[in-house]
Design a protein around this ligand. Structure first.
Ligand code: SAH
Ligand code: SF4
Length: 399
């Protein structure tokens, strides 16, 4: 029994966080506490935060605002920065880059960089003239009016777990199962590593974050929200430039509704009714569409904020005109400001669906719009390097 107990403990411990000598991921009191042996004054902590989150140093010895002696002492005590490292890069013909980023235990996660055009569109959406660029451009975020010249504009797609426990039938990540949760430092660290690579600065450049990489953010809620606070705090990315997508984890949505600092919310609807959704997203058996929508209704929306319903179009499964009519009814019944983002399914090896016809995608969008439901078609990014939605699966060769 004792042996069994010990084994169980070590199994439960095994997929946990890297050792707690990593400083990246901590700020404010957390940093003071972790380094309490050194009796650092507040300004020393602030200097360290600047080095970690603005300069993005990868070694404590690079914290040049600290006396050399202090740096040596902290390093000698075993503390590390622990900034995750890009170990592999895949470049798409469309400019998208997919990275494998390694944490301290060598496990890799996937992160995607999507540069955006200058047309005023989000770049993540098709066309440019008639979509809700205002919303995507951060209409309730006053810095959107600053001159756009010479600014890097990109969206970073961030992972929240390695693998995923939600078995959506159309998603390649689902095939991995859940390997482990990421820590707050590992989630925010993906953003830091990618910003550093592109020499991008959130204060100057227009950086959007979407928590739509590997994993279900609301099944790693505490680490995910701690990462959001870090990103919105010392990393200076406005929360209005962040969007989190969930497959509809109701307890997570209810907690999210209480948050003061939070990203915008996207719900992976993907089906016109519970029957179709259950077949492609078994999580529907736990929480029906109506229960998810009820939970979303608890989220106090900011001025001009809309909830996004994501809808992956699967050829012949959920892309018929009558499905569009059902989606219209769902959105109307929701009674909160919403829009629908249509995503043509991205294929992956061993995933048994077909892509929808381009004509069906356009008809689906038109049918929603005719009934006054705002609907946009997401442009697939980096399909050739398996960087598009639902294609992330720790593939070394891009295959
Ligand atoms: N786990 C979260 C966030 C990551 S998935 C969620 O499911 O919401 C991000 C989006 O990609 C979701 O809307 C999901 O429905 C979509 N997606 C998954 N697999 C896809 C695929 N093969 N093609 C297109 N979109 C996909
Ligand atoms: Fe997980 Fe999202 Fe993929 Fe579903 S779509 S398996 S929730 S990553």
């Amino acid at each position: 029994m004792t042996t069994g107990g010990r084994q169980l403990t070590s199994i439960l411990d095994a997929p946990g966080a890297p050792p707690d000598c990593d400083l990246f991921g901590l700020w404010n009191e957390e940093l003071s506490e972790r380094l309490s042996d050194f009796g650092l004054l507040k300004y020393r902590i602030r200097q360290l935060e600047t080095a970690l989150y603005r300069q993005k140093v990868s070694d404590i010895r690079q914290v040049t605002t600290w006396p050399k002696e202090l740096r040596e002492q902290v390093a000698a005590a075993g503390f590390r920065v622990g900034l995750p490292e890009i170990v592999e890069t895949f470049r798409s013909v469309d400019g998208t880059e997919r990275y494998l980023i390694a944490g301290q235990d060598g496990q890799t996660v996937e992160t995607v960089w999507m540069p955006e055009g200058d047309g005023g569109d989000n770049g993540d959406f098709q066309g440019s003239g008639d979509q809700d660029a205002g919303d995507e451009d951060g209409a309730y975020d006053s810095d959107a009016v600053v001159s756009k010249k010479n600014r890097t504009r990109a969206t970073i797609c961030v992972s929240s777990q390695i693998g995923c426990a939600v078995h959506c039938q159309f998603c390649l990540t689902a095939k991995l199962g859940i390997i482990r949760n990421l820590t707050a430092g590992e989630i925010a660290g993906q953003v830091a590593a990618v910003l550093k690579k592109h020499e991008a600065e959130p204060g100057r450049d227009r950086i959007n974050l979407v928590f739509m990489g590997m994993g279900e953010p609301f099944l790693n809620y505490d680490a995910f929200m701690a990462a959001v606070r870090l990103l919105a705090g010392p990393m200076e990315i406005p929360e209005s430039r962040m969007t989190v997508s969930t497959s509809g984890i109701v307890p997570g949505i209810l907690r999210f509704a209480q948050e003061k600092v939070r990203p915008k919310l996207a719900i992976s609807l993907n089906a016109p009714n519970d029957a179709v959704r259950e077949a492609i997203m078994p999580v529907t058996r736990k929480w029906s569409i109506a229960e998810v929508i009820d939970a979303v209704r608890q989220v106090p929306l900011r001025q001009r904020e809309r909830v996004t319903f994501e809808y992956v179009l699967l050829g012949g499964v959920n892309d018929r005109p009558e499905h569009a009519d059902e989606v219209v009814k769902l959105v109307r019944r929701a009674q909160f400001p919403a829009k629908v983002n249509l995503i043509a399914w991205n294929p992956g090896p061993g995933v048994p669906f077909t892509m929808p016809d381009a004509g069906d995608v356009a008809r689906f969008q038109a049918r929603l719009r005719e009934q006054r439901v705002p609907a946009f078609v997401r442009r697939p990014r980096g399909r050739d390097i398996y960087a598009a939605c639902g294609q992330l699966k720790k593939t070394g060769s891009g295959r």
